[in-house]
Design a protein around this ligand. Structure first.
Ligand SMILES: *Cc1c(COP(=O)(O)O)cnc(C)c1O
Length: 415
C-alpha cells in the first residue's frame, strides 16, 4: 500500500491544523468536497424527492456546521437533527435552510426552537399541545411534522393514537399556532433490501396518511427513507428523503453495497504520528493486562490516541492500522490515551521512528483501513466508528464545498 498522506505538521507555524496545533496529538481530516459529492449523488438518486441531509451528532462526527454547509452546497435543501441544541447551533451559525428536529422531551425549551424557525416533530397529541403553547409564547406558528409508528417501535404515534395527534395538529393549525408541514416515519430494516419489513412499514405509512386525510389533514412533505431506503427502494422516497451515513461516504449496511459500489467517498480520515518507537525483547507483555506478549525481539510503536479520543476499546488486539509502509493491528489493549502497535515484519519497520504517520482509517483508496474495517474488527457499525471520534481529536477540513470565502469556520471546531 502507499504511504498515508501526511497530516498537518504538528509543529507547523500557522499550518492548516489551526490555532489548536500546539496541542496536536492527531486529527480527524474531513473532506468537505467528498460530503458535497456524496450529497450531489444522493440528490440525483432521490429526484424528484428533495434531500434532507442528516447532520445529527455533530454530523456523525464530521463537524455540524461545515458538514451541513457542504451538504447544502451539494444540493441538499433540508437539514435534519435529533436534538434541539443541534438545530439552534445551525441557526446560530447563520444556516437558513429548513431544519427538522425530531427528538425532544417535555420540559425542554422548545420555544427557542420555534422562535428560531426550526421544524419540530411530534408523536402524540400531548406533544402537539406543548408545541402549540411554545408557538403562542414565541409569537409564530410552529412548523409541525407528525411522526407515525409504522413498525420501528421507537418514536411515532401508534395507529390507535394517530387520530388524536392529527386532531390536535388540526386544532393548533386552526388557531394559527401550527403549520402542517410533514408526516413521517422511520424504517427499522431498510438495510435488508430483501426483507418484507420495509414494505409492511410503507403500507402502514400509507394507512396513516389516509387516516389523516380522512380527518381533513394533508401534510405536503411526506418522508420515510433513510440512506438505505433511498439507495434501494424508489417507493420509499415520497417527497423528501433523510440520508445520514451515505452523506459521509459510508454504507448503511453490507446488504446495500460497499461505498465504492454505491459511488460514495468516505469523508473522514483519522491520523496521528508515532509518539515513540522502541526495540523490546521476546516475552515483553504489552499494555494493560498483557493480553499481547511479543513472541520475538521486535520493535513497538506507540500511537497517542485512545478510547477518550474515540478509538473503541473493543479494538484491542484487532483494530487495523496503517503504519511503517504496511498494515497491522492494535497490539494489546487500547488505553484511554494511547495504544501500541508491533511494527515487526512491516516493510518500513527498520526505518520506523517517532513522528512517523499512522493512519487508523481513511477512504481506503491506498489500501489502508476504512471506518468499515474498524467496524467489522470491533463488532459494530461504521456509524459508531465515526460518530464516536471525540471532541478531543481536532477536526481539520479539506476541500472547499460550502466553506465561506476566506476559509473554514472549522478551526472553531477544534477541541
Ligand atoms: C439517523 C436518522 C436518519 C439517517 O439514517 P442513515 O441510516 O444514517 O441514513 C434518518 N432519519 C432519522 C429519524 C434518523 O434518526
Amino acid at each position: 500500500m502507499s504511504a498515508a498522506p501526511t497530516p498537518a505538521d504538528p509543529a507547523g507555524a500557522g499550518g492548516a491544523a489551526g490555532p489548536g496545533h500546539g496541542r496536536w496529538t492527531g486529527e480527524a481530516v474531513v473532506d468537505l468536497d467528498a460530503i458535497a459529492a456524496n450529497a450531489a449523488l444522493l440528490v440525483q438518486r432521490a429526484a424528484p424527492a428533495a434531500v434532507m441531509a442528516v447532520v445529527k451528532a455533530d454530523a456523525y462526527g464530521h463537524g455540524l456546521v461545515p458538514a451541513a454547509r457542504a451538504a447544502l452546497a451539494g444540493g441538499a435543501t433540508w437539514l435534519g437533527v435529533a436534538q434541539l441544541a443541534e438545530a439552534l447551533a445551525l441557526r446560530a451559525a447563520g444556516v437558513t435552510a429548513p431544519v427538522l428536529c425530531w427528538l425532544w422531551a417535555p420540559g425542554q425549551d422548545v420555544r427557542a426552537a420555534v422562535a428560531a424557525g426550526v421544524d419540530l416533530s411530534a408523536s402524540s397529541a400531548q406533544a402537539v399541545g406543548i408545541l402549540a403553547e411554545a408557538a403562542r409564547a414565541a409569537g409564530r406558528p410552529v412548523r409541525l411534522h407528525l411522526e407515525a409508528e409504522t413498525g420501528m417501535g421507537r418514536g411515532g404515534a401508534t395507529p390507535a393514537d394517530w387520530p388524536d395527534a392529527v386532531r390536535a395538529a388540526l386544532a393548533a393549525h386552526e388557531q394559527g399556532l401550527a403549520e402542517l408541514v410533514g408526516a413521517w416515519s422511520h424504517l427499522a430494516r431498510a438495510d435488508e433490501p430483501d426483507h418484507p419489513s420495509a414494505g409492511q412499514q410503507r403500507e402502514a405509512f400509507e394507512a396513516a396518511l389516509a387516516a389523516a386525510r380522512e380527518l381533513g389533514a394533508t401534510f405536503p412533505v411526506r418522508h420515510l427513507a433513510n440512506s438505505a431506503a433511498l439507495l434501494t427502494d424508489p417507493r420509499a422516497r415520497y417527497d423528501l428523503v433523510r440520508p445520514g451515513i451515505a452523506l459521509y461516504g459510508l454504507s448503511p449496511g453490507g446488504g446495500v453495497g460497499t461505498p465504492a459500489q454505491l459511488g460514495l467517498r468516505p469523508a473522514m480520515a483519522v491520523r496521528t504520528r508515532l509518539a515513540l518507537v522502541k526495540d523490546v525483547p521476546a516475552g515483553q507483555g504489552v499494555s494493560y493486562g498483557h493480553t499481547h506478549t511479543t513472541d520475538r525481539p521486535t520493535r513497538l510503536g506507540l500511537v497517542p490516541l485512545g478510547y477518550a479520543d474515540g478509538v473503541p476499546r473493543a479494538a484491542s488486539g484487532v483494530g487495523p492500522v496503517a503504519v511503517a509502509g504496511g498494515r497491522t493491528t492494535v497490539a494489546g489493549r487500547v488505553c484511554m490515551d494511547q495504544f501500541v502497535v508491533d511494527l515487526g515484519g512491516l516493510p518500513g519497520a527498520g526505518r520506523a521512528a517517532a513522528g512517523d504517520v499512522v493512519e487508523l482509517f481513511g477512504d481506503g483508496a491506498g489500501g489502508g483501513p476504512t471506518a468499515e474495517d474498524w467496524a467489522a474488527a470491533c463488532g459494530t457499525i461504521g456509524y459508531e466508528v465515526v460518530a464516536r471520534v471525540s471532541a478531543r481529536l481536532p477536526r481539520r477540513y479539506t476541500g472547499t464545498a460550502g466553506a465561506p470565502v476566506g476559509g473554514h469556520p472549522a478551526t472553531g471546531q477544534e477541541g
